[in-house]
Design a protein around this ligand. Structure first.
Ligand code: COA
Length: 152
């Protein structure tokens, strides 16, 4: 398995995987997730990649793209005593390739990149996504804040 920086040629594959991720999120974890968002986000991703902003990586197994991770660095809230934080914006491993360490390799790569730039990293996972939460805890993230919302 190889983890490499995504190229413009990989954008369609990333958008397709991100669409699958959003549909899954919408159907099982969070009805407010816009399933059309990945298509809207495609142009922003291309601009970010062209400008070298953030991280876009893909996992290649036997010549095929089987997963991706998009990461970024942003400013933290004003009340915090750290200025910036790295974040996993989205990641996905194709269902038939899961539980073989692909996700772990993607996160390892993200953390190495993040450590070059900042001192803290975060990931936001839907509260109902038990698999995603378990995976992120195993990767070293610990519960930091609980966000509560209500439908009005
Ligand atoms: C979360 C995800 C990226 C993990 O990718 P992966 O390639 O399967 O991850 P790895 O093989 O490196 O690690 C597997 C770990 O994930 C968790 N996991 C995987 N399948 C699971 C399941 N069916 N039930 C509970 N936990 C599970 C476990 O912690 C497992 O660790 P283990 O090997 O000790 O059991 C993948 O399941 C995925 O794409 N999910 C949909 C997108 C998503 O949820 N994104 C949010 C995460 S930021």
């Amino acid at each position: 398995m190889e983890i490499r920086t995504a190229s413009m040629k990989d954008v369609d594959a990333i958008v397709e995987m991100n669409s699958q991720r959003c549909i899954n999120e919408h159907n099982f974890y969070d009805k407010t997730v816009d399933i059309d968002y990945p298509k809207k986000y495609q142009e922003k991703l291309q601009i970010n990649m062209r400008n070298g902003f953030g991280l876009a990586i893909v996992a290649i197994v036997m010549g095929n793209i089987e997963g991706y991770l998009i990461g970024s660095i942003s400013e933290t809230e004003e009340y915090r005593n750290i200025d910036n934080i790295a974040e996993i914006d989205s990641m996905f491993v194709k269902p038939n390739m899961r539980n073989q360490g692909v996700g772990e390799k993607l996160v390892d790569h993200f953390l190495k990149w993040a450590k070059l730039n900042v001192k803290r990293a975060k990931v936001v996972v839907s509260a109902k996504n038990n698999r995603g939460i378990k995976f992120c805890r195993k990767a070293g993230f610990t519960d930091h804040k609980t966000v509560l919302e209500m439908k009005l």
